[in-house]
Design a protein around this ligand. Sequence first.
Ligand SMILES: Cc1ncc(COP(=O)(O)O)c(C=O)c1O
Length: 563
Amino acid sequence: MGGACTFQGSQPVNRYLQCHELVLYKYLNHAKNSLVVVIIDFRIRLPRLYSNLSAFTSLDYVTTTAPSQPYGQQHLNEPLLDHRAGQRFLTEAFKVILEEVLCKGIDVNEKVCEWHEPEELATLLDLELRENGEQQHQLLQRVRDVAKYSVKTNHPRFFNQLFAGVDYHALTGRFLTEALNTSQYTYEVAPVFVLMEDEVLSKLRSLVGWAQGDGIFCPGGTVSNMYAMNLARYRAFPEVKLKGQRALPRLAVFTSQESHYSVMKAAAFQGIGTENVFKVKVDDRGCMITDDLSEKIELAKSQGAVPFLVHATSGTTVRGAFDPLEPIADICDRQGLWMHVDSSVLAQHMTLNPECNYVNVFVIRADSVTWNPHKMMLTGLQCSAILLKDTTDLLKRCHSADATYLFQQDKFYDMSLDTGDKSIQCGRKVDCLKLWLMWKAVGSQGLEERVDRAFAHTRYLVEKMKKREGFQLIGKPEFVNVCFWFIPASLRGKENSPDYQDRLSKVAPVIKERMIKQGTMMVGYQPQGGRVNFFRMIVISPQLSYKDMTFFLDEIERLGNNL
Ligand SMILES: Cc1ncc(COP(=O)(O)O)c(C=O)c1O
């Protein structure tokens, strides 16, 4: 690396100093008869000119900003980036990631989160983006800070979301995805992943029970659900693609009161309108009441709306409830409606353990299924698939726009391998890789074992909870969601007081604030229907043990008993 660079009117007189990445030259600028110092930053190959030698005293002056002066032609013959320096940085940064995120991040003696008020956090992070770049050691500190102040979702005491924990093979797939940085759309740029996506989707479909069909990986369950709505509408009204809303009557969608809010978003986004989402009543376990579904369908029709989609859920977001798929499928058959099953949360088809309610063989009767491996299957965000029973290329017909710069019709290979036009996106991450590598590593058996383990821990937690004073379960958990109120000693036996519900509603938020500020664990709470704030504990990560369950109960008591 190195070599002279010549500036017009200047001659190099002396190589002044050289370290690993920086070379300083002194020049005499004959035109101006002055001394010029040039620092070549070989990390990025940009020279900076300093006309006054006293302007810098140490290498700390050297930055990676764009040059303030024009520079010689030979610099344009060199790549702008210094890969060796970049790789050295990556190696160092990787050590930080391993240590801070993956070692400390899973250590129960370390905090789950490091709470700071937003203004304080902004100062600690020094977020401002400046004219000049920083040195490597400063950037490594930035990496450390980002890790330090971020929530450790891999931590065994992170129960806050429907994702948690880390699978190292999936993580390798995630790193590999980022390093390869390609897009899923054509065989040309993603030969490995076009074949891999096909294989993984076909495996997922076979677990649903479909020998054939279609599908695509989407950026999350919300988007998968949006696909289902769009496909259902297109099947019912294919002219919508060309003519838009004016080709449509008022449409009606049916989903349970406890389904995911993505149904509402999809209806708003697709111009169907949220008031055309008919919310079907649920029973006391949170499952759709199919008599009410039939009534709501008739109600919609009586209002002049045209029903086209029933959005059922296998594993609702809060209570983990399972809509009864067989009667729903019967209704959809009779009414000619698209049946979508949102099993975002699950890996339910991975196991056929008869003990578990979550096996629902009637999913086979659905037209489409949302499946989020980034939740219970631990692939990491994002990994979600919409699976279709359709074999008529509906996905492509509905979404294709035939971009000639990507999907040329005269390619030298089988153009059906260019699957990108099935997607509503253009560039698309290769989300199949993380799932494929993890599946290769542990096999279907390993995945089943994780699901069974999550159920075993859930059962253990529920049994322990039943024996502890102050914990009041909200129904028998159907899945790995354990919903409960914690009743502090001051409220026990006061159920009939007029302010009981009001006081109870304040318990979960205070406990949550305390746990976050102390960094000991994270668990979510919410009100739902007529119920005031209650906790939703999620038992997903395979790294959990009985000890973590006991810790959870002790910690809720510790944080909430004096309320
Ligand atoms: C039942 C259900 N569907 C859809 C989603 C949305 O998934 P995502 O967060 O991947 O968009 C969730 C998320 O929790 C969910 O619980």
